[in-house]
Design a protein around this ligand. Structure first.
Ligand SMILES: [Zn+2]
Ligand SMILES: [Zn+2]
Length: 343
């Protein structure tokens, strides 16, 4: 009889999603796969989007959520020669890609149209064990513990890659909109790269966190007009990174850019926004999406943490608390990243 594990399983998405803790068989590794004993699994806002069925694409249910899984390898499938039993690895959102398309061949496998995604199109990491593709897990630096590493597997790499996509240089200014799981990492990566940071949020506590992490300007958008403030203080930002989970302000936020600036969208709220075409053309703005990162970006994002330049702020909860944590996250009460302790 198969050995069993505990997992958080989504059975129905939508207005009233059902997520239950249950026993499932521990997966067996197929060719090119590994089984990872998960110790820490970060909770991303994406988990909420999947639960609420916010996105155009729907996963097939039942599904184990989670795509920031850190642990060690307990079983190797046939043909896996690059990893060993006991090796410490992370399982990110990009579960696999085709390896053959233009994107995969140019180191942009996060854009592969044939990709599979952990905790979305394949089972994720909010479980005692998870199956992963050997070629898509990342080795964890020795000096990072599992709880420090987990948030870097999505929030870390996503923020780091967004800064690269923003094409903002040392000495220039970036505005980070939203100081949550992504935003608090983006501030640290930007500071580590020598980029000046202005942070926006609607919560004063999150703004004081932003200040502690190195943001030189903080603006509470409940009381202050960010466009006027940013234009006044720094004559416009070279780049904006929007991590917000609602689209209400997107349209106005572009007005914080200086001429030639780039706005990178990272948050994935449902719906859309309209863009003032005249401003975009005349001011030569670039509007760009950015989705996680490629495997090399993930390695680099972990390297910053290994060198002590960035550190995810985490609150650790038992797996049994998952429902409560997701509720807190939806209400904006989580500071930094919530991480499940699975072991
Ligand atoms: Zn994520
Ligand atoms: Zn591909």
């Amino acid at each position: 009889m198969a050995q069993m594990m505990r997992a958080a399983v989504l059975h129905a998405s939508g207005e009233a999603p059902t997520l239950t803790l249950e026993e499932m068989p521990i997966p067996e590794p197929g060719p090119g796969q590994v089984v990872v004993r998960i110790i820490a699994s970060g909770i991303c806002y994406t988990d909420l989007h999947i639960m609420h069925g916010d996105w155009p694409g729907k996963p097939s249910l039942p599904l184990i959520l989670g795509h920031e899984g850190a642990g060690y390898i307990t079983a190797l499938g046939p043909g896996v020669t690059t990893l060993k039993q006991g090796e410490r690895v992370g399982i990110p959102w990009l579960s696999s890609s085709c390896g053959l398309c233009d994107y995969c061949l140019t180191g942009r496998e996060n854009l592969c149209p044939h990709q599979q995604n952990t905790g979305f199109s394949v089972h994720g990491t909010h479980a005692e064990y998870a199956l992963a593709q050997a070629a898509y897990v990342v080795r964890l630096p020795n000096n990072l513990d599992y709880f420090e590493a987990a948030p870097l597997l999505c929030a870390g790499v996503t923020s780091y890659t967004a800064l690269k996509e923003a094409e903002v240089q040392a000495g220039q200014w970036v505005v980070i909109v939203g100081v949550g799981g992504l935003g608090h990492m983006a501030i640290q990566y930007a500071r580590a790269m020598g980029i000046h940071v202005a942070a926006l949020d609607i919560n004063d506590e999150k703004l004081s966190l932003a200040h502690e992490l190195g943001a030189e300007v903080t603006i509470n958008t409940r009381y202050q007009n960010p466009v006027a403030r940013i234009q006044h203080l720094i004559s416009g930002a070279h780049a904006i990174i929007i991590t917000a989970t609602t689209a209400d302000a997107f349209e106005k936020e572009i007005g914080m850019l200086r001429n030639g600036g780039t706005c990178v969208l990272l948050g994935l709220p449902p719906g859309g926004f309209s863009v003032p075409i005249f401003d975009v053309v005349l001011h030569h703005f670039t509007l760009r999406g950015s989705i996680v990162g490629a495997r090399k970006d993930l390695q680099d994002a972990l390297q910053f943490a290994s060198e002590g330049k960035v550190k995810a702020i985490t609150d650790i909860y038992p797996l049994t608390d998952i429902q409560n944590v997701l509720t807190q996250l939806a209400q904006g009460h989580i500071h930094g990243r919530a991480v499940l302790q699975i072991a």
